[in-house]
Design a protein. Structure first.
Length: 276
């Protein structure tokens, strides 16, 4: 598995685990716990969550599943935009820490941009970092113009922008990905298999047969081939998380990439950053 170096020098795995919709159904809980534990054993120690996910249910599940191995993890959570103010962010962070059963977050993100000025959010995040509540901070779903504004607001401490990016969401290649590369800000790609929809896409079958993988693994391997990118797919079972981990070892040839480019071309014109 490749690794990604964050600004400041810390190294994290390029493949992590997402947790959206985890912890919301009692009948799935034991499988979800087992899946998260299996992923960590496979080296997928970056765990992404948010206070929004099940109103904190995913964070609570992570604590139950992985609390005993907390020091092996790189924990990422996200704050609602309405909580990203000087007066509310500290309380939101404390609530996440309590649900996660930890005394610090390794990375805390603004989930998407709201009405709170970015300068105020930066100030609040830096205060949490100074207090030892978070080790790094970043953003999610911010487009190129937003990132320009963030830097102008004193946000050069941002270590990632978590965005929707996969074979059918290639718009960021036109401007946002080059901007992030120029500023040495790693990308964190959520829904790298388009919430599972690319797992049955017929256009991926040809490459999948050539490399001896599933279509979903090919889609994930395509995303992971980018330097400076962290992918955070969610897995629904131990078999699924093992499949995701195996995708990190797939090497796509130039011919494979050309096939995928032909089937999933990048847009010709810039478009606003998409969200799910």
């Amino acid at each position: 598995m490749k690794h990604v170096t964050l600004p400041g020098g810390e190294v994290v795995p390029s493949l992590g685990q997402g947790t959206w919709k985890m912890g919301e159904r009692a009948e799935r809980r034991s499988d979800e716990i087992a899946t998260l534990r299996a992923g960590v054993e496979l080296g997928m120690t970056l765990i992404d969550t948010a206070e929004m996910y099940g109103d904190g249910a995913a964070e609570t599940l992570i604590s139950e599943a992985l609390g005993s191995v907390r020091d092996q993890l790189f924990l990422v959570s996200k704050a609602y935009p309405q909580n990203a103010s000087r007066s509310r962010l500290a309380d939101a962070c404390e609530a996440s820490l309590k649900r996660l059963g930890t005394d610090r977050l390794d990375l805390y993100l603004l989930h998407w941009r709201g009405s709170v000025p970015l300068a105020e959010t930066v100030e609040a995040l830096e205060a949490l970092k100074s207090a030892g509540k978070i080790r790094h901070w970043g953003v999610s779903n911010l487009d190129t113009d937003d990132m320009d504004e963030l830097i102008a607001a004193g946000g050069d401490g941002c270590v990632t922008d978590q965005i929707l990016y996969n074979l059918v969401r290639r718009g960021p290649e036109l401007d946002l990905l080059p901007w992030l590369a120029q500023h040495k800000v790693p990308v964190m790609a959520y829904s790298p298999v388009e919430q599972g929809r690319l797992s049955s896409h017929p256009a991926l079958d040809k490459v999948a047969a050539r490399v001896g993988a599933t279509p979903a693994q090919v889609a994930l391997a395509w995303t992971l081939r980018h330097d400076g990118l962290i992918a955070i797919p969610k897995a629904s079972s131990i078999a699924h998380v093992r499949e995701n981990r195996a995708a990190a070892d797939i090497v796509l040839s130039d011919a494979d990439i050309a096939t995928l480019d032909a089937e999933f071309p990048r847009p010709r014109d810039r478009r606003p950053l998409e969200m799910l």
